[in-house]
Structures are given as C-alpha cells and as structure tokens.
Design a protein. Structure first.
Length: 392
C-alpha cells in the first residue's frame, strides 16, 4: 500500500484532461477523471460536497492531486485502484494498518550494503534495520511490502563467482621457449578490445631492464605435460606453481622471491637492518564477462639488486613492471615472457691421462667458455570456480 499526499510526484507521460465545472458534485468530477485515466477511483463516506474546478490539458494525476489538495482530501493507491478519503480518515488508516516484522538472514551479501537499496520498496511506515553481528535485516512493514522486499533479496543475496588462478613460473631454455607453440600478440590497452600487447619496460633506475611479452597458448596444448617433459629433458625448470582462488573483481597476488636483509646506517650512524623484496610479483584481477569469458588485469613486477649503491650506502633496487588487460576464455593459458637471463661460465677440459701428467699436463688441457641463455616465463591459467550454493 502506498500513500500519496499533497506533495505527490507528477507524471507528464499520462493522459491529459481538460475540465471546467462550477458547483459540481465531487463524485461526478472524480468519475470524469477516472474515465480519462482508465483507472478505478472510489471514495469513503466522508468525501462529500460540491467543487469548482477548471483544468486545461493537465496530466490526469496532477489534476487529481491538485483537486485533493484544494479540498483537504488525500488518496491511497493500491495496484489499479485509488481510494479517496479525508485527511482524518487517512490518519486513522495509518494507525490501524497492521504492520508485521520479519528477520531476514543474508548468506552472501553484506546487510549494511543491501539495506539502503531496500528503502524505496517500503511504505511510508516501513523500516529496515541492520544487525551486523548476524548479518541480518529486520524489516517492519505491511505483509505485502515485506514479501516484495524478500523477493528482491533473493535476487541480491547470491554467491559471488570465483576464479581459480593457476600460475607456473618456469625457467626455460631460450631456444626451447620459441618452440612452445605460444601465440605472441600485439594490440592496445583498450579494455573494450580482446587484445594482447607487447610493452617495453623501464626500470626505476632509468635504464632498460627488459621486454615483457604477452601471448596465449594455442588451443589443444597441454602445458602441464609439456613442462613436465621439458623438465625431464633438463630444458626447463619449474620454479614455482602457486594457485589462488579469488572472487570476481577482486585482486590476487602471486609472489615468488625473498626478502634480502641489508645493513645500512641511520642519520646517527647506527647500524640498521632493512629488508628488501627481491622477487617476481604478479598481481591479477579477474572480471567475468556475461558469456563466461574472463577479462584479466595483469601487473607483473620484477625486482633485483643492483651492484651499485646510493651515496648513503643503501642498495639500488632495479624494478621492471607493466600493466595490461587481456580477454581470455575459461581455462585458456596466458603467457608472460621476455625476462631473459644470460649465465656465463668456464669449464676446464683435457685429454684423458695426458692432462694429469705433472708439469706437462697443462699442454693437454684447455678452458671452454659456456653461455647459458634462459628465459623466465609465467603461465597464468584462469578457471571459473563457481561456489556451491547451499540449499535450505
């Protein structure tokens, strides 16, 4: 039940009425308005008297409530029925309307966040209170209004979809990395486009640190089987395989590295130990699309210690980072590459037996220089993980 008083909203889209009468019975005028509005208007016994009105091309509801205001009347609207009554009768109706109270326990949504959106569904007498301790709403109103609120809450109080983020941080032989069947993509950062992009990254010290490349694995490729085979052949090394479940539109962080203690001096010359992160950090925020695709916000960061230090003796942390947005399908693997590492070494070799002869053995030995070129790659696979809905 909704009560319309003197300040009711006007509706310009409604049928309009023109009426000019003097000393006419109020019931006759109300019947004329009801006919134009194609609605039902009834009056209580207290509505009596003759009125004089002149309307010219007014929306019928605006004309009706102007008439009521002028003559000290009010109305209650229910569905397709308008009840016209005196103000005293309206006050009596308010005091005699039976209100009920219902407690609604929410399972997923937060009561304090939902409560403001329910106020528009309540009558003038209705109230809603939040009980944080039990995540509940105490609703007081007429029975029909409470039923409307409860029906709305059923649509609101739904579990948030979740995404399982499976990450694999792998060190791969650079030549082997080129043969993994990765589709490297270029595009823009436009979030409305399903594009991947290749970004040049500058470290905070101001010198080029590397290139982050983004791509996807071609369909049908089982990355777990490939990485296991490469590891058995000593062509790859799986450094870490973290997994995390994150709610839709929330942020997950994958961190692989360590904190390095560095001894520095404070202003007074005292020795102070500070810890610095030297790690590979990946921040992922998934957004599930209506067609069950996953829009990923990726923010990889790579930090390492420089061989130099500041004038104050503090170490310089080289950091490379980039942000990008990619649209992928459920279970599709995103690849982040471009983190190259070169490792040089020396190996002494010699002819068997001859190289071990004292003094003369040095003429039968030589030193071989080696160069190990590897690439650090991150494989990110988002998988929809719809939470179970409890049944009552």
């Amino acid at each position: 039940m909704k009560v319309f008083l003197l300040g009711a909203l006007l509706f310009s889209q409604m049928p309009r009425i023109s009426l000019s009468v003097e000393g006419a019975d109020i019931h006759t005028v109300l019947r004329a308005i009801a006919k134009v509005a194609h609605t039902n208007i009834i009056t209580t016994p207290g509505v009596q008297g003759k009125i004089t009105v002149q309307f010219s091309n007014l929306p019928w509801k605006e004309a009706l409530y102007a008439l009521l205001e002028t003559n000290g009347l009010a109305a209650v609207e229910e569905e397709n029925l308008i009840k016209v009554m005196t103000l005293d009768e309206l006050q009596q109706l308010r005091t005699t309307t039976q209100l009920t109270t219902r407690v609604v326990h929410l399972k997923y949504a937060k009561a304090e966040e939902v409560a403001p959106s329910l106020e528009g569904l309540l009558s003038d007498q209705g109230t809603v209170k939040v009980i944080k301790r039990t995540n509940s709403l105490v609703i007081r109103d007429s029975e029909d209004r409470i039923e409307q609120v409860v029906a709305t809450l059923k649509n609101i109080d739904q579990p948030t979809p979740q995404v399982l983020i499976k990450a694999r941080i792998v060190k791969v032989d650079r030549k082997t990395a080129q043969e993994l069947g990765i589709h490297w993509l270029a595009g823009t950062q436009d979030p409305t486009q399903p594009a991947h992009w290749r970004a040049k990254v500058l470290n905070r010290a101001g010198t080029p640190q590397g290139i982050f490349s983004f791509g996807t694995l071609r369909s049908g490729i089982n990355i777990d089987a490939i990485l296991t085979a490469l590891e058995n052949e000593e062509k790859a090394e799986i450094i870490s395989e973290p997994s995390v479940i994150v709610s839709n539109n929330e942020t997950a962080v994958v961190l692989d590295g360590k904190k390095i203690p560095i001894i520095t001096l404070d202003l007074a010359g005292n020795r102070v130990i500070k810890f610095y992160d030297v790690a590979l950090k990946l921040t992922v925020t998934p957004h599930i699309t209506p067609d069950s695709g996953i829009f990923l916000e990726l923010h990889p960061e790579l930090s390492d210690l420089s061989g130099e230090a500041t004038a104050a003796g503090e170490p310089i942390i080289l950091s490379s980072e980039v942000q990008t947005k990619l649209l992928v399908q459920n279970g599709e693997t995103v690849v982040i590459g471009g983190i190259h590492r070169n490792k040089t070494g020396e190996v002494k070799k010699g002819l068997p037996i001859l190289s071990s002869i004292p003094l003369l053995g040095r003429f039968f030995t030589y030193t071989a220089h080696t160069m190990d070129k590897t690439e650090l790659m991150i494989f990110v696979t988002p998988v929809l993980n719809q939470p179970m809905v409890s049944q009552k």
